[in-house]
Design a protein around this ligand. Structure first.
Ligand SMILES: [Zn+2]
Length: 411
């Protein structure tokens, strides 16, 4: 893409009210736009990152065999009254609205109730199970405080997956596969090294549920990391047992972290209250065993910025970067760089081409702020056949033939 055609502009300063690094850098780079506190619009560069993350998650969900759906944001209160979760004292982040006839509706903050109710129209026999379904869908949460940019919003897209099994054993097999899928997702996004499996309270159906927590000073959560086996426990668990649930070590160190994913056993709580049942081979009726599994793609994007930035800007992990490289035309090399851009496009390389008539200093500052993994410069010095190539997070600059650069960057 030609940068001269990109409608977003970069800015040297961030809005004074923004406190978080991710919001400051993403706003300065024109990746996002703040509509109101806790609600951000995704602009072309930001949407490319978000869509890269969504594509990775979708691939791993499909590997699990889960089927994609899209449920509604408008929620029927009757379903939530059946599980006693319509009450604001039970779910304190509800956004509710009213119809013209004054009937109440909810704006979805999660989807256990509607998906359990809708599945009761499709699942009835042991032959229909196990199944799982997921979606990328807008959630609304009336959070008290939103100071962390994309790490906590009042409106955000969530990937939520729900599993439906015939027994607790069958559920646990899927739960373990979901855990592996989550590990693969965070590894592929580029935040896997910092992301720890964290034991959390399991509710009434199992001893533990699990969170995926990314170690980061900007995180809103506190976790306790095992020095021996590198799993963690959350605050609830450390009160009950001051030892590691995996290796029993007492060496647990307090750290700040961002919760990037969670997986829960729901047991039969929702299926019993919402009539989701199946008949087994002997003709006996049972409630379906459910699990739920969430990841916020926007939060994962904010987490990547918190982990990978320096004083000049963002350093996107290659798998989620808006473009794999940023090609800058310096004065005197515009026609040559335009030809190079065409060669890159022909080779299938995703490239942001800075063809604007601004100073080299401004172009380099923007390249650092926007954070593509590779910066390429063509100038009078390099001539038509060569470019200066530099990795965003390294100092070393190489001058290479364009054909070699294409070989290296070709997907
Ligand atoms: Zn341990």
């Amino acid at each position: 893409m030609k940068q001269s055609q990109l409608f977003t502009k970069t800015s040297k300063t961030a809005p004074a009210e923004e406190q978080s690094t991710n919001a400051k850098l993403l706003l300065r780079g024109g990746f996002i736009h703040k509509e109101v506190a806790g609600a951000y619009a995704f602009l072309p560069l930001g949407l490319r990152v978000l869509n890269n993350i969504i594509a990775i998650i979708r691939e791993e969900m499909n590997v699990l065999g889960a089927q994609e759906v899209l449920l509604t944001s408008l929620q029927n209160p009757e379903l939530w009254k059946k599980t006693k979760r319509w009450d604001d004292s039970v779910i304190d982040v509800w956004f509710k609205t009213t119809l013209n006839n004054e009937a109440e509706l909810g704006l979805a903050n999660t989807h256990e109730e509607p998906i359990a109710a809708l599945m009761s129209h499709h699942l009835s026999s042991w032959r229909d199970l196990p199944v799982s379904a997921y979606q990328f869908q807008t959630k609304f949460r009336n959070e008290l405080r939103v100071r962390s940019g994309l790490l906590r919003s009042r409106e955000f897209i969530m990937k939520d997956l729900y599993s439906f099994s015939r027994s607790q054993e069958e559920h646990e097999m899927f739960y373990e596969l979901a855990k592996k899928a989550y590990r693969a997702i965070f590894d592929r996004i580029g935040i896997g090294e910092q992301t720890l499996l964290t034991f959390a309270s399991g509710g009434s159906f199992s001893k533990y549920s699990h969170e995926f927590q990314t170690l980061c000073e900007a995180g809103e959560d506190t976790i306790f990391v095992c020095g021996k086996c590198r799993v963690a426990v959350n605050k609830e668990i450390i009160k009950e047992q001051p030892t590691c649930p995996q290796c029993s070590s007492k060496n647990l160190e307090e750290k700040r972290a961002i919760e990037v994913g969670n997986i829960f056993n729901l047991g039969t709580k929702f299926s019993e209250l919402l009539g989701l049942k199946f008949v087994d081979e002997q003709g006996t009726t049972h409630a379906v065993v459910m699990g739920s599994y969430g990841i916020g793609p926007g939060r994962a994007m904010g987490t990547a910025v918190e982990l990978f930035h320096d004083e000049k800007g963002i350093r996107w992990p290659a798998a989620i970067a808006p473009f794999s490289c940023h090609l800058l035309a310096f004065p005197g090399a515009a026609p040559e760089t335009a030809a190079t851009y065409e060669k890159f496009k022909d080779a299938g390389i995703s490239v942001l081409y800075d063809d604007r008539e601004v100073s080299p200093g401004e172009k380099m500052a923007d390249a650092d702020l926007l954070g593509m993994p590779w910066r390429l410069i063509q100038s009078e010095k390099t001539g038509a056949e060569k470019v200066e190539m530099k990795k965003r997070d390294e100092k070393n600059v190489e001058t290479l033939d364009i054909t070699d650069v294409i070989k290296r960057l070709k997907p």
